[in-house]
Design a protein around this ligand. Sequence first.
Ligand code: HEM
Length: 130
Amino acid sequence: MMIEAADVIEQSLEQLVERAGDPTAAVYERLFAEFPETQERFWRDVSGAIKAEMLTMVFSCLTDPGGPFQLNLIRAERVNHDGFGTPHDVFNRFFWIVMETCRALLGQGWTPAFEVAWTTRIEEVLSATK
Ligand code: HEM
């Protein structure tokens, strides 16, 4: 289990919040730039609560070394998302979009250890929830 990777990701997020504040807006800007057609699917999300919940789920499953509960939630969301028009490869991309956004926001503060931890953990979560 990738306890260490999870801890390193936690550290990276603490630094990110300290230096750049809440990354939510930047994450969705990047998502909508890459998949413009997904923007209108958030029409119900007037308050931003759904976007926040989505991002929270990604952070929590990357930083929680993760029991089966976390992974089952992701599996369930995968099926839900497929049902409302987000195929698996697009669903998977969201994890990488989150990582790319955090890396861009941290700039020089993004370390090789962060890169390894995020990549390892995302690959682990994706392969465990296929
Ligand atoms: C590019 C990929 C993704 C797109 C385009 C997308 C899109 C959406 C949309 C449009 C909604 C709102 C649905 C509604 O109106 O009820 C939603 C909800 C949600 N998404 Fe995503 N999503 C993506 C990836 C993910 C990932 C990777 C996760 C979790 C790891 C996730 C977790 C959630 C959760 C928890 C909700 C709210 C509850 C629900 O409706 O099931 N999403 N997503």
